[in-house]
Design a protein around this ligand. Structure first.
Ligand code: HEM
Ligand SMILES: Cc1cc2nc3c(=O)[nH]c(=O)nc-3n(C[C@H](O)[C@H](O)[C@H](O)COP(=O)(O)O)c2cc1C
Length: 464
């Protein structure tokens, strides 16, 4: 069936809500209540094109997976599609888009980038303010995020000399999978916000440098697309699991990644409620304001008549509470996970190795070992969840001091603030098997695609 813009525009309420995504029309009326991002955000696009809001934050298979075939109403007719494309092309660019274009033209060559901070600076200039806010923000006053990195500055080496070093080899194994250096990409959502190829850049970069990528449950490509981006079929991929509160949906997700050949499950346990990332929330408002101005300029606002200003109470109640880009990502997470029930359940449904991601104190490291997991990942989600969680490196140090037996019973990984080769070495000296990096991979792929990811790994002077 082919539909016109005018037909679609009639379905613009919660009683009948149609949206256009990439020239296809969907009836999302029944889905409104189920949407992890909330109904209001979809209603904002009811009866019109939602592509630009939808695309960067949803994997391409989200609609197929979640809407019954009869809700896929058909294509826009060719003249409507042409009208939409024309409107898109002639849309006045925002200040932010113009800035990004300017910066892209002046991007420094990758060979001139010497460290992760420079890579981050380039990414900051190139990506949208919304992407920057989502990637860089952390909870509340961002203390834990800052301290994650600063913790590394509190530990010094006790350097030993006169040891044979010409034949050193930094490679290791993580859960039995070979890794060129003891570093991997921690699962971080929505890589497409920073670069159109998104997570596939990280997959290719990790494949080329023989390190492992952990893929986020909230990746912006489908898990299949990411698996397909591997440089060889045996390139290992770990899967970061957000466990859905509906056990059968959680199982469906596990079965999907098992079938695709993913090699381990990293169950995230530190994000069962959304972190309070205020910079991320503010970025959403800026976007809304820009849209409102654009609509006014394109004559969609009610020109001539002064709209009645809402009372403060009306404004408060009608505001779309999207909690930033991140707010909805964990909306369906299981909030009742326990050591006693969740780990045995996970063990019973999968043979893949299980790692707990988000251990933040010595006591829980010990409980994780007792629960029999294959690895523990000391992480506070890059300071994005519980503010004043202790820096991951400090937790590692405390485990080393108080419960060194943990290291002989399971593999211990860490992420949060790792930015230099010396940070990696400090974590290894304290007993970690390997370390993960979150933001740096997002920045590297945003700025330079897969080449940026390769460069990021090469920063640590490992030549190949
Ligand atoms: C504009 C029209 C939109 C449509 C038609 C739409 C549709 C969908 C669909 C079909 C899903 C998959 C549900 C699932 O996997 O359980 C989904 C998930 C989601 N949506 Fe939307 N969405 C829209 C806008 C938005 C916006 C603007 C946001 C954020 C501010 C958002 C945030 C999310 C999140 C966080 C998820 C969960 C992703 C995941 O579980 O992988 N959506 N949406
Ligand atoms: C933008 C962004 C998205 C993230 N998404 C996820 C996610 O989907 N699942 C998850 O377990 N952790 C997620 N994390 C946390 C990372 O896996 C990792 O723990 C953290 O980024 C490490 O800190 P670092 O950024 O200082 O390296 C995310 C982090 C960032 C910055």
């Amino acid at each position: 069936m082919s539909l016109t813009l005018s037909e679609v525009s009639k379905h613009n309420t919660d009683k009948s809500c149609w949206v256009i995504i990439k020239n296809k029309v969907y009836d999302v009326t029944d889905f409104l209540a189920e949407h992890p991002g909330g109904a209001k955000i979809i209603l904002k696009y009811a009866g019109r094109d939602a592509t630009s809001a939808y695309e960067p934050i949803h994997p391409p298979d989200a609609l197929d997976k979640n809407l019954a075939p009869e809700k896929h109403l058909g294509d826009l007719d060719s003249s409507s599609a042409a009208a939409l494309s024309d409107a898109r092309q002639h849309r006045k660019k925002t200040e932010d888009e113009l800035r990004m274009e300017r910066e892209q033209a002046n991007k420094p060559p990758l060979s001139r980038i010497l460290d992760l901070q420079e890579m981050e600076n380039v990414a900051h200039k190139l990506i949208s303010s919304k992407a920057w806010a989502y990637y860089s923000s952390a909870s509340d006053d961002e203390i834990t995020n800052i301290e994650n990195a600063r913790a590394f500055t509190r530990f010094f080496f006790n350097p030993r000399v006169m040891r044979r070093l010409s034949n050193t080899n930094p490679s290791t194994t993580i859960l039995g999978f070979k890794s060129r250096i003891p570093v991997f990409a921690s699962g971080a959502a929505l890589a497409k916000l920073g670069h159109p190829r998104g997570e596939a850049n990280i997959t290719e970069g990790c494949g080329r440098t023989s390190i492992v990528q952990m893929v986020s449950s909230n990746a912006s490509l489908s898990y299949a697309e990411i698996a397909a981006a591997r440089v060889s079929p045996d390139q290992p991929l770990f899967f970061q699991l957000y466990k859905h509160k509906d056990q059968s949906l959680a199982l469906k997700r596990i079965r999907e990644v098992e079938a695709l050949g993913y090699n381990a499950i990293f169950l995230t346990v530190d994000a069962i409620v959304a972190g309070n990332r205020e910079r991320d929330v503010r970025a959403g408002w800026t976007e809304e304001d820009v849209e409102a101005i654009a609509e006014e300029q394109q004559g969609k606002g009610k020109k001539g008549e002064l709209p009645r200003k809402k009372t403060d109470m009306e404004e408060l109640e009608s505001a779309i509470d999207v909690k930033g880009t991140a707010g909805a990502l964990v909306a369906n997470d299981d909030r009742d996970m326990t050591w006693e029930e969740t780990i045995p359940w996970l063990r019973s449904v999968t043979k893949l190795p299980i790692v707990i991601k988000g251990v933040q104190c010595v006591e829980d490291a010990v409980l994780a070992v007792e629960a029999g997991v294959d690895g523990i990942m000391l992480s506070n989600h890059g300071g994005r969840q519980l503010e004043y969680a202790m820096p991951s490196l400090e937790v590692l140090y405390r485990i080393r001091k108080q419960r060194p037996d943990v290291f002989s019973k399971t593999e211990v990984y860490l992420d949060g603030g790792v930015r230099r080769g010396t940070d990696v070495v400090k974590a290894l000296c304290l007993g970690a098997t390997a370390v993960g990096l979150g933001r740096p991979f997002l920045y590297a792929q945003s700025a330079y695609g897969a080449a940026g990811v390769v460069k990021l790994i090469r920063f640590w002077n490992v030549r190949w």
